[in-house]
Ligand binder design. Structure first.
Ligand SMILES: [Zn+2]
Ligand SMILES: [Zn+2]
Length: 345
C-alpha cells in the first residue's frame, strides 16, 4: 500500500500556494480556538460576520455567529468516536518525555522537554483529533511551542485542526508540499486563524528550543505527489539520547537522506509508515542503528501494517520493538543518559 489515500481525488497545485500565499476561497465560518464556555473572541473578518473586532461570541451549528451559546449540536463539537484516550502518566519533571500516542491507525507523538516545552508531531486521523486533545489535556499541556505536520496524509494531519482550535500553538512546521484535500485545507485554515505562517520543514532546518537539539533530516528533495516521501523527518537529541521521527518516509526518501549524509543515528526510531515494507530499508536501519523501535498502527488496519518482514528486520538488528496496536500508548523517558520505556497494556 504505497498510497493510503486513494479514496480522495488529489489535485496537486503549485507548492507555494500552500504556504504564505494560501487563500481561502469560501469561508463557512472563521475557525478559531473555543474556550471552556464554548465561544471565542473574533479576530479576523469580524465585520463580515456582523461582529466587532474582539467581540466575544458563539457559533450556531451552521457556522453563523450567535450572542448566546447554541442549545444543542454546538458547531465546535467534533463527531464522537469509538477511540478513547489511554490513561497516561504525567511527564517527568526535568526529563524528556516522548509519548507515542495510541490514536488507532495513524501517527501522533507528543514530546515534553526538560525545559517544559511542548511539541506535537502529527495528530492522527480526523476522528482522532478530540482524542489527541484529551491526551494533551490529561498530560497538563497548556500551550504548544512546536507543532510538526510531517505530511498531508489524513492519518497524520487529520486531527491537527482540532488541536489548533483548542490550544495556543506558537509555531507550525510542515514540508512545502501542496495538497488540496478538505482535511489538509482544514489544517491550513486552522493555522491561518491562529495568525501563524507555516515554517518550512526540510533537511538542515533546526527548531529553536532550549535544552534539546531538534533538526530536520528530511525532506531534502521535492517528491512530486509521493506524499509519504515528503515526510518531515525530525532528529531530536537530549543529552546523549536521541530520537528519529520519520513520519511516513519511504525507501526513496531514506536512500536520499543516507546519500545526503544526514545524521540519522538514533537510540529510538519511530518506524516509518506504520511498519510498512515500503520503509525501513536495511541500509536505513543500519544508518539509524536504533536500540528501540516504535511502530504506530491501528489494530486490524486494512493495510496489514506493520509487516512481518519489517518486525523481523528490526529485531534482527537487535532493536526492541514497541507497537501501539498491541501495547497502547508507548512512552519513552530520557534523563539525558538513560532511556526508560513504558506501555499502557
Ligand atoms: Zn502517509
Ligand atoms: Zn501514515
Amino acid at each position: 500500500m504505497k498510497k493510503h489515500f486513494t479514496a480522495f481525488i488529489v489535485t496537486i497545485v503549485l507548492a507555494s500556494s500552500a504556504f504564505g500565499a494560501f487563500r481561502v476561497q469560501q469561508a463557512d465560518a472563521h475557525p478559531g480556538r473555543t474556550d471552556a464556555k464554548g465561544g471565542h473572541t473574533c479576530r479576523t473578518n469580524c465585520a463580515k460576520w456582523g461582529l466587532k473586532d474582539g467581540e466575544y461570541h458563539y457559533h450556531h451549528a451552521d457556522g453563523t455567529p450567535s450572542k448566546t451559546p447554541p442549545k444543542t449540536g454546538a458547531a465546535t463539537q467534533e463527531p464522537s468516536t469509538a477511540l478513547k484516550a489511554d490513561k497516561l502518566k504525567a511527564p517527568s519533571k526535568g526529563k524528556l518525555s516522548v509519548y507515542f500516542l495510541n490514536v488507532g491507525q495513524g501517527d501522533a507523538t507528543y514530546i515534553h522537554t526538560a525545559n517544559g516545552d511542548d511539541i506535537l508531531i502529527d495528530g492522527g486521523k480526523n476522528e482522532a483529533g478530540t482524542v489527541v486533545v484529551d491526551y494533551l489535556k490529561q498530560l497538563g499541556v497548556k500551550d504548544i511551542e512546536v507543532m510538526v505536520s510531517t505530511h498531508p496524509d489524513e492519518d497524520h494531519v487529520g486531527g491537527l485542526d482540532t488541536v489548533l482550535k483548542q490550544f495556543a500553538v506558537k509555531s507550525v512546521y510542515a514540508p512545502k508540499v501542496a495538497h488540496t484535500t478538505q482535511t489538509y485545507k482544514d489544517f491550513l485554515l486552522a493555522v491561518k486563524s491562529e495568525g501563524l505562517t507555516i515554517k518550512e520543514a526540510k533537511a538542515g532546518v533546526s527548531i529553536p528550543l532550549q535544552g534539546v537539539t531538534a533538526k530536520f533530516a528530511g525532506p531534502g528533495k521535492a517528491y512530486g505527489d509521493d506524499l509519504n516521501d515528503w515526510s518531515a523527518v525530525l532528529r531530536l537529541v537530549y543529552g546523549t539520547t536521541s530520537f528519529l521521527f520519520t513520519g511516513d518516509a519511504e525507501a526513496q526518501a531514506e536512500t536520499d537522506m543516507i546519500a545526503a549524509k544526514e545524521t540519522l543515528k538514533a537510540d529510538v526510531l519511530k518506524v516509518g509508515h506504520h511498519g510498512s515494507d515500503t520503509s525501513t530499508t536495511a541500509a536505513f536501519l543500519k544508518a539509524v542503528a536504533p536500540k528501540y523501535a516504535v511502530i504506530s498502527a491501528g489494530a486490524d488496519n486494512s493495510y496489514g501494517h506493520p509487516k512481518k518482514t519489517i518486525i523481523d528486520r528490526l529485531t534482527g538488528a537487535k532493536a526492541t520493538v514497541y507497537r501501539t496496536d498491541m501495547k497502547g500508548t508507548v512512552t519513552a523517558v530520557s534523563d539525558g543518559t538513560k532511556l526508560t520505556f513504558g506501555t499502557v497494556k
